[in-house]
Design a protein around this ligand. Structure first.
Ligand code: NOJ
Length: 563
C-alpha cells in the first residue's frame, strides 16, 4: 500500500565522506553518522538520503559503484549499516539510498569480466562498439560516435589492445550499463529489492534519464551543441518503459519513494516521469533556478532573480495536481547557496541563509536539505587546484587551460567559483581541531578555514541561529496543510529584487514575500490580501506589523497567513 509519506516529509542529505569521522582516519563513516542522528532529527528532518555508501574505488566519490550490495569498508560494515537503519527507525527517520544505475565502476566484477573474456555474458552488460578507421589512409582509429562525456572529452574509451571502445557518459572509470539487455534490468530489480527488503524507504536515482540510448548509435551532427550526443542519450526512447518496469517489478511492491536526478529533462518527459498515472517515479529534482548566476556552472553571469524565480516556481505550476515536486538549494554537486547569487556573504550570511530557506522551502514540494546548509556553511577559500579533490574540477581545468587556451589563473578562478568541492568540505561541528569532524587526522578534503566562526555549536548558541530558523520553518512545512499541499500563485515575476508567491489550500492562504537583495527594497502586498487579516507566521527580522507598502530589509523574508 502506497501511503505517499514523502509528501509530508523533510529530507536531509548526508554526504558520508564529509559528515562525521568516528575513527579518525580522515573520512566520514557510518558510526559517525549514527552519533549525529539526533542532530538531524532535532532539525526536523523525517528522512535521510545517503549519498552512496557502497563499495567503490571512489574515482567519483561513490558514484562509481563496484558492489551494489555491500558497504564500503571505509564507511563501515553491513552490521554498521543495519545499526544505522535501526537507529533511524527508532527516531522515525526514513532511509533513502542513492542508486547509481546509469553506470558502474570499471572495477565492478561485471565490467572486469566483460573486458577479460570476449564471450562473457557480461560483455553485453555494457555498451561496447568497434571504433571507426578515419583519415585519408584510413589508419586512424576514432571512437564509434562523436559523443562527449558530461565530464569533458570523448564519451568513449578504447579497450587496450583492441579496436573496440566502451561508452562512458561520465569519467572513463564509469562505464555505462546497457539497459537494453534484460539481464541488466534483472540485476537492477534484484538490487532494488535487496535494499527494500532491508527496510529502506526509497531511492534517489542518479542521472536516471540517461539510461536509454537511441539505437543504432550515431554521430550528433549539430554544429553548436556544447555536449555532443545529448539528443541520443537524454530522455531516450525506452525511458518510460524502463522506469515503469522498475516500478512494477520492485518499487510498487513496497511503500517506497523515488526521486530522479536528471540531466536537463525535456519538460514533457519530466511531467510524464512523475505523473501519478504513469507509475514511473514519484518526483524528480529541478535545478533550473541554480543556473541564475552561471552558465554551465563554471562561467559566471550576473545574478538574475527572474531566472531564479522562474526555475523555482515553474515546476510548482506545471506539476501541481498531477504529480509531486521537490525543493532544493544545495547538494553535493553545487557550491554553497550563501556564497552565490550575488550575496555579500560576510555581511548578510545569516539573513541570506534564512531568506533562501524560507522562500525556497515554503514552495510546493518536499524540501531536501544538504548537510551544512542548516548552519549557513559557505564556500571555501581554496588556493590551488591541489586542494580540489573532485575529478570534475580537474577535468574542466585541463580543458580550459588546454583546448580553450585559458590562462591557469583565470581558469582556476572559474573552477573555484563553480566547484563541487565547496559542498564536500567536512561538516563544521564545532571550533575544535578539524571542526570536530574527527580528532586530528588530516581530512580527505581540507576543512573550510572559517570553521571557528561557522560551526553547528556556535550557530546553536547564537541569537541569530540558522539551525533554529530551519527548525521553525520545517515545523510549519511539515504540519501546515497549506504549506504542504497548497497551490502556488506567483506575484510580480518580473521584479528583479522581490520574490512573492502565495499558497492556497482548502480556503486558507499563505503569502511568502522576500527581498532578494542587499538593499532595502519596497514590497507591495497584492490587493487581494486583506491587510487587517494578515498574521506573520515566520520572519528572519523582528518585523511584527505588515503594511500594504513596506520597505523590506536586505534579505528579509516573511511568511504571512491570511486569517
Ligand atoms: C550525479 C551525481 O550527483 C554526481 O555527483 C555524479 O558525479 C554524477 N551523477 C555521475 O554519477
Amino acid at each position: 500500500m502506497k501511503t505517499n509519506w514523502y509528501k509530508e516529509a523533510v529530507v536531509y542529505q548526508v554526504y558520508p565522506f564529509s559528515f562525521m569521522d568516528s575513527d579518525n582516519d580522515g573520512m566520514g563513516d557510518i558510526p559517525g553518522i549514527i552519533s549525529k542522528l539526533d542532530y538531524i532529527k532535532d532539525l526536523g528532518a523525517t528522512a535521510i538520503w545517503f549519498s552512496p555508501l557502497y563499495v567503490s574505488p571512489c574515482r567519483d566519490y561513490g558514484y562509481d559503484v563496484a558492489d551494489y550490495k555491500a558497504i564500503d569498508p571505509k564507511f563501515g560494515t553491513m552490521e554498521d549499516f543495519d545499526r544505522l537503519m535501526e537507529e533511524c527507525r527508532k527516531r522515525g527517520l526514513r532511509v533513502i539510498m542513492d542508486m547509481v544505475l546509469n553506470h558502474t565502476s570499471d572495477q565492478h566484477p561485471w565490467f572486469r569480466e566483460a573486458l577479460k573474456d570476449k564471450n562473457s555474458p557480461y560483455r553485453d552488460y555494457y555498451i561496447i562498439r568497434k571504433g571507426r578507421w578515419a583519415g585519408r589512409k584510413k589508419n586512424k582509429l576514432i571512437p564509434p560516435t562523436n559523443w562527449t562525456s558530461s565530464f569533458t572529452g570523448s564519451a568513449w574509451q578504447r579497450i587496450d589492445g583492441t579496436d573496440e571502445f566502451y561508452l562512458h557518459l561520465f569519467a572513463p572509470e564509469q562505464p555505462d550499463l546497457n539497459w537494453e539487455n534484460p539481464a541488466v534490468r534483472d540485476e537492477i530489480i534484484d538490487i532494488l529489492k535487496f535494499w527494500l527488503d532491508k527496510g529502506v524507504s526509497g531511492f534517489r536515482f542518479d542521472v536516471f534519464n540517461m539510461y536509454s540510448k537511441v539505437y543504432p548509435l550515431r554521430d550528433d551532427r549539430s554544429p553548436v551543441r556544447f555536449q555532443k550526443g545529448t539528443p541520443y542519450y537524454v530522455d531516450g526512447p525506452r525511458m518510460h518503459e524502463f522506469l515503469k518496469e522498475m516500478n512494477d517489478r520492485a518499487l510498487s511492491l513496497y511503500d517506497s519513494y523515488t526521486v530522479g536526478e536528471s540531466y536537463i529533462p525535456d519538460p514533457e518527459h519530466a511531467s510524464r516521469y512523475i505523473s501519478e498515472e504513469s507509475g514511473e517515479l514519484d518526483t524528480i529534482f529541478d535545478f533550473e533556478h541554480l543556473n541564475a548566476d552561471n552558465n554551465l556552472k563554471f562561467m559566471p553571469k550576473p545574478f538574475d532573480l527572474r531566472v531564479f524565480k522562474k526555475g523555482l516556481i515553474e515546476p510548482q505550476l506545471r506539476h501541481h495536481g498531477r504529480g509531486w515536486n521537490t525543493l532544493v538549494l544545495e547538494n553535493h554537486d553545487n557550491p554553497r547557496s550563501v556564497s552565490r547569487f550575488g550575496i555579500n556573504t560576510k555581511k548578510y550570511r545569516y539573513e541570506a541563509a534564512t531568506f533562501l530557506a524560507l522562500v525556497t522551502f515554503m514552495g510546493w514540494g518536499t524540501p531536501f536539505i544538504y548537510q551544512g546548509e542548516e548552519i549557513g556553511m559557505t564556500n571555501s577559500d581554496f588556493r590551488s587546484m591541489s586542494q580540489l579533490k573532485d575529478p570534475v574540477s580537474h577535468f574542466v581545468y585541463d580543458m580550459m587551460t588546454g583546448q580553450l587556451h585559458i590562462p591557469g589563473k583565470a581558469a582556476f578562478a572559474m573552477i573555484r567559483r563553480g566547484a563541487r568541492d565547496h559542498a564536500r568540505t567536512p561538516m563544521q561541528w564545532d571550533g575544535s581541531v578539524n571542526a570536530g569532524f574527527n580528532t586530528g587526522a588530516e581530512p580527505w578534503q581540507c576543512i573550510n578555514s572559517n570553521y571557528r566562526d561557522i560551526n553547528a555549536e556556535k550557530d546553536l548558541a547564537s541569537e541569530k541561529s540558522v539551525y533554529r530558523f530551519y527548525q521553525k520553518l520545517l515545523e510549519i512545512k511539515k504540519t501546515d496543510k497549506t504549506a504542504i499541499y497548497g497551490e502556488t500563485i506567483e506575484y510580480d515575476p518580473d521584479n528583479r529584487k522581490i520574490i512573492m508567491y502565495s499558497r492556497t489550500y482548502e480556503g486558507r492562504r499563505l503569502l511568502i514575500a522576500g527581498n532578494f537583495s542587499g538593499k532595502k527594497t519596497e514590497c507591495i502586498i497584492p490587493d487581494d490580501f486583506a491587510l487587517t487579516e494578515l498574521n506573520i507566521k515566520l520572519t528572519n527580522y523582528d518585523r511584527n506589523r505588515v503594511e500594504r507598502v513596506m520597505e523590506l530589509e536586505p534579505y528579509e523574508a516573511i511568511l504571512f497567513e491570511e486569517m
